[in-house]
Design a protein around this ligand. Sequence first.
Ligand SMILES: [Zn+2]
Length: 175
Amino acid sequence: MIAEIRKILNVFPIDPGFKFIRDDSPNAFAVAESDVPNTRGTVYIGMNLINDEFTQDQFGGVAVAGICAHECGHIFQYDNGYMQSLHGPTAQWIELHADYLAGFYLGRDGSHSRDHVEIFANSLFRKGDFDFNNERHHGTPDQRVAAMREGYGAGQAGTDVRTAAESGASFVRAL
Ligand SMILES: [Zn+2]
């Protein structure tokens, strides 16, 4: 998992801290505040969430990679103005854009095949969202999977991250 996070940080120009938390209900989230010295933003990853993904599927690791990339996507959004520009009546665009960025990472990284990435798609579909404590609407399961697959394609095509993030923003707005 640490290796996966290192790879994510090679794709996204971000420098967050990471903390593992004891989550009563499976959860992961990202904040702009730095909880770890000399980092920018913080990603919190719940042990229950990770455990759930690994027990759900023998290749659950790809879903864990996707979840980490989704949360790192939120850090990229904090750093690049997307938290403001994608802010709408609900968190839907922000969440779908993070799904797009997660797909982008998986496509760019190249070590996760399209079939394999469907495990992450199933995980997204099952949950609807990773921000379980948030009662706002975050997009339908179909929208989440569509955003992730679109990002995956951009990653595979070798699009640079900033160009892809812009395309992703247009894509999720039109979903
Ligand atoms: Zn999220």
